[in-house]
Design a protein around this ligand. Structure first.
Ligand SMILES: Nc1nc2c(c(=O)[nH]1)N[C@H]1C(S)=C(S)[C@@H](COP(=O)(O)O)O[C@H]1N2
Ligand SMILES: [Mo]
Length: 243
C-alpha cells in the first residue's frame, strides 16, 4: 500500500472508510498552538527514519509539541458518543455493550501524562479522562483462564492487545476526554484507549470492541515487527519503517 499517500493539512477525516495506507502517511497535523507547522512528506519520512528506534526522544524535534494525526486507513466514519457502543466480550462473566451513559456510570479516572509516539514525537502533559480499564473489566467480570485483552477499532483495520496484567493497570484508560474535552473524531473519539506507560501505537483510536482472550494476539504494528510490550524507553520499533 506504499505510495497511496494522502495528506491533508487540515486534519480532516472523510466519512467513508478507505483502504489501509502506510504508517509514514501522515494525514495531517493537529497543531497545538503554533506547533501545527506543516512538514513535507519526505521531511517527515526522514524524521521518522532518523528517530525510529533509539534516538533520545523529546528534544530532537523542533516542532514537537503537537500531535500528528495517525490512521492506517484513509478515512473513518464518524460516530457520536450518544450512538456509540463498546462491546466487551470473550472470557467474561457478563458480556455487555457500553454506551455513553454506561461508561459515565463507572468510576471516572483522570491522568496527565506525556504522549509519546515510537517515531519520536512527544506531546507533554496531556490530560485524559475516562474509565480505567480495570474498572471496565471488573464491571463484566473476568473468567479464570483469561490472559490478555484484545482491542478492535471500528476503523475496521487496527487492533491492539495487552496482557491481562497490563490491562489491569490504573494508568490504562478507556478515554472519553482528552485535553479537557470530548475526544475528537480525529484523535479516535468518541472513545479511544490511552495506555500511558507505552508508546502511542498501543493507544488504539476509535475503540469499538474489547475482547478478553486466553493469549496475546499481536496488534496491527506488532505484526509488522514492533514490540508487543511497548514500554516507553524500554522497547522500541524498527529502524526500517513498515509501510
Ligand atoms: N485505530 C488506530 N489507532 C491508532 C493508530 C492508527 O493508525 N489507527 N495509530 C497509533 C499511533 S502509532 C499513535 S502515535 C497514536 C496517534 O494518536 P493521534 O492520531 O491522536 O495523534 O494513535 C495510535 N492509535
Ligand atoms: Mo505512533
Amino acid at each position: 500500500m506504499a505510495g497511496r499517500a494522502v495528506r491533508c493539512s487540515n486534519g480532516r477525516v472523510d466519512e467513508e472508510r478507505g483502504a489501509p495506507v502506510g504508517r509514514r502517511v501522515v494525514l495531517g497535523m493537529l497543531g497545538l498552538g503554533a506547533a501545527g507547522i506543516a512538514v513535507g512528506a519526505s521531511a517527515q519520512e526522514g524524521v521518522n527514519k532518523a528517530l525510529a528506534p533509539v534516538a533520545p526522544l523529546g528534544d530532537v524535534l523542533p516542532a514537537a509539541g503537537g500531535f500528528r494525526y495517525y490512521s492506517v486507513v484513509s478515512s473513518v466514519r464518524k460516530r457520536t458518543l450518544a450512538e456509540h457502543r463498546i462491546t466487551v466480550h470473550g472470557l467474561v462473566d457478563k458480556p455487555r455493550a457500553f454506551g455513553a451513559a454506561d461508561l459515565a456510570a463507572l468510576p471516572q479516572t483522570r491522568i496527565t501524562r506525556d504522549f509519546q509516539c515510537v517515531t519520536g514525537w512527544r506531546v507533554p502533559d496531556v490530560m485524559w479522562a475516562g474509565v480505567a480499564l480495570p474498572d471496565l473489566l471488573a464491571a463484566v467480570g473476568v473468567k479464570p483462564g483469561a490472559k490478555a485483552v484484545r482491542f478492535r477499532s471500528f476503523d475496521g483495520e487496527y487492533t491492539e492487545s495487552l496482557t491481562l496484567e497490563q490491562a489491569r493497570r490504573r494508568d490504562v484508560l478507556v478515554a472519553t476526554e482528552m485535553l479537557g474535552k470530548p475526544v475528537t473524531h480525529d484523535h479516535g473519539g468518541p472513545v479511544r484507549l490511552f495506555v500511558a506507560p507505552m508508546y502511542g501505537y498501543k493507544s488504539l483510536k476509535w475503540l469499538g470492541g474489547v475482547e478478553v482472550t486466553d493469549r496475546v494476539v499481536p496488534g496491527y504494528w506488532e505484526r509488522q515487527g514492533y514490540d508487543v510490550d511497548a514500554w516507553v524507553g524500554r522497547s522500541n520499533g524498527r529502524s526500517d519503517e513498515p509501510t
